[in-house]
Design a protein around this ligand. Structure first.
Ligand code: FES
Length: 146
């Protein structure tokens, strides 16, 4: 773990290495526990996402959700699919969230899951957190959604 200062601002973030890039290849998911909070990590077609692993509705694990797109606004009788692979649907009742921002589709300013900054850097998957964590560990889970 190391602390990073963003250039020109007083904001500092804690950088933690979550796993190697080999452990989070396209279609893979990992689960990390940071100070008692579960964070889901996903690689979807080369894009990395990290978000809190708890649905705000009834608390189920979002890591078991299906990655999807959605119907875009359109005229009556018109069905336009878009945002492919940008959303995750809660496995219990299907609330959908933007994996990058964490905002829900149905009430983006009221309902969301916390999204985290994640990047691949020199073969490592790195998370940037708002504060320095005391305890970080990998969690085991079984998931067949790919
Ligand atoms: S528990 Fe997630 S939508 Fe109900």
């Amino acid at each position: 773990m190391e602390r990073c200062e963003e250039m020109g601002t007083s904001i500092s973030k804690s950088r933690i290495v979550a796993c190697s890039a080999q452990e989070l290849q396209d279609g893979d998911r990992q689960l990390l526990e940071v100070d008692g909070v579960d964070i889901a990590l996903l690689n979807v077609a080369g894009s990395y996402y990290a978000f809190r692993n708890k649905c705000p509705h009834q608390g189920v694990s979002m890591i078991y959700g299906a990655v999807c797109g959605t119907q875009l606004p359109s005229n009556p009788q018109e069905y336009i699919y878009g945002r492919h692979n940008e959303l995750i649907a809660c496995p219990l009742h299907g609330w959908e969230f933007d994996m990058k921002t964490g905002k829900s589709l149905f009430a983006p300013d009221q309902v969301s899951i916390k999204a985290y900054e994640i990047a691949e850097e020199a073969g490592e998957i790195v998370l940037y957190l708002d504060r320095e964590p005391k305890e970080v560990c990998r969690r085991e889970f079984v998931c067949f959604s790919r």
